[in-house]
Design a protein around this ligand. Sequence first.
Ligand code: HEC
Ligand code: HEC
Length: 419
Amino acid sequence: MLALVFPILVLVGGCDGNGSSNTVITPTIPEPEPEPEPEPPRQVFETPEALGESLFFDTNLSLNRTQACATCHDPDRGFTDGRLDANGDVSAFSLGDDGFSFGGRNAPTAAYAAFTPDFQFGSQSRFNSQQPDYVGFIGGQFLDGRAVDLKAQAKGPPIAAKEMGMPDAAAVVERLLEDPSYEASFQALYGESIFDDVDAAYDAMGDAIAAYERTEVFSTFTSKYDKSLTGDYIYAPDTPAALGRALFFSQQFTNCATCHQLRPNSNRNEVFTNFGYHNIGVPVNETARIAANIPLDAPDEGLFGHPDVDDPAERGKFKVPTLRNVAVTSPYMHNGVFRRLDTVIRFYDQFLTASENTINPETGAPWREPPIPETVALTELRDGRLLEDFEIDALVCFLRTLTDERYEALIPEDGLVCD
Ligand code: HEC
Ligand code: HEC
């Protein structure tokens, strides 16, 4: 008898985290039936931004309800995918909702994406006097610009097989209708009859998510760099961070500003990309491709994969990414092939004549050939002078100052002294 009762008592005691076993089960005294409570008022999102925020975090927009936009664009990690691979490193490619499919690209940050102009052909001033203005494709969302703007972009992932995996827009709209507060909010914000037309409802979903992505939550401009423009931070003279800043914006010493500067120096709201497209010769990420079961031989065509682009001169070009929060969003490049910022800078240095940076410090082997050598931006990449090791560190230090305040704790602790 005792043996039977004992486990029950232990179990009951465990539930409230209190180990004492003096819990006694007493017969419950029947209480009068409570008055039925009035239904709680449905939460109605009053703005597209608020609705979009809820959608951005909602795993119900994926087939198995396992992932949301925020899974691959985690606000705690600079709006990138921080999930780890089998080796415990941040995965180069993102795992889809089905639990086994991988896309072949590294999830870029969704932060500051609101500043990207719509996809177009045009020209852009360059603030590096060595180089003429940029002429070519500009902007758009995704690394090949195939979504014209944020709204078009947001309509992609829920119905992408290797991402959220829903069969079509109608299925996503059905999921929206499972939630009465969504139903009421969409109707209030986009019209009573919004759900009569699946495409209109799906478009409204994209609109709301894009509205949220345009809020200050995504683009806080609170880095040390930003503070330096308002006098709230000083790049102390003779520090590596100050040297890195000078090198980055310099006209002769580096070429970074040719592609990663949009506005005249010291202008507010710099996003550190001119939104142009270049092939900088990034090698195939063989390790990630093997793990993801993606063939090694077919190179990522980048911009040439855009449905409206058919000029082979655009092969292998990728949109210049923002450098904001780059210190906390490793791994790098469209395929996550590099893990450290000093590696990225040595990679650039190898294009310069007589560079001693002939070895990839992460693999110990020589840099591998660009998968599409014909279109590499050699004119821009060969502009600049060789960097000493302390200058490479200085550039890393400067890039660290582009970290928004809320992510500063994520900057790698590797002993590099910057300021
Ligand atoms: C499974 C991971 C995954 C999910 C889920 C996901 N994304 Fe992405 N996102 C990516 C990857 C990978 C890319 C780059 C793909 C490419 O260029 O082809 C990307 C690109 C983007 C971009 C373009 C950024 C730029 O600089 O061009 C934005 C914005 C974005 N995603 C927002 C979203 C939103 C909004 C959702 C939810 C509706 C979402 N993502 C869901 C992985 C994901
Ligand atoms: C010719 C234009 C060009 C020049 C010059 C250039 N970049 Fe880039 N940068 C790019 C492009 C394009 C990419 C993305 C390439 C890819 O994904 O294949 C990139 C990627 C990066 C990344 C990785 C960002 C990420 O989130 O993955 C960093 C860091 C970077 N550049 C820093 C620099 C620095 C520092 C310099 C100067 C030493 C520089 N770049 C010079 C065009 C350029």
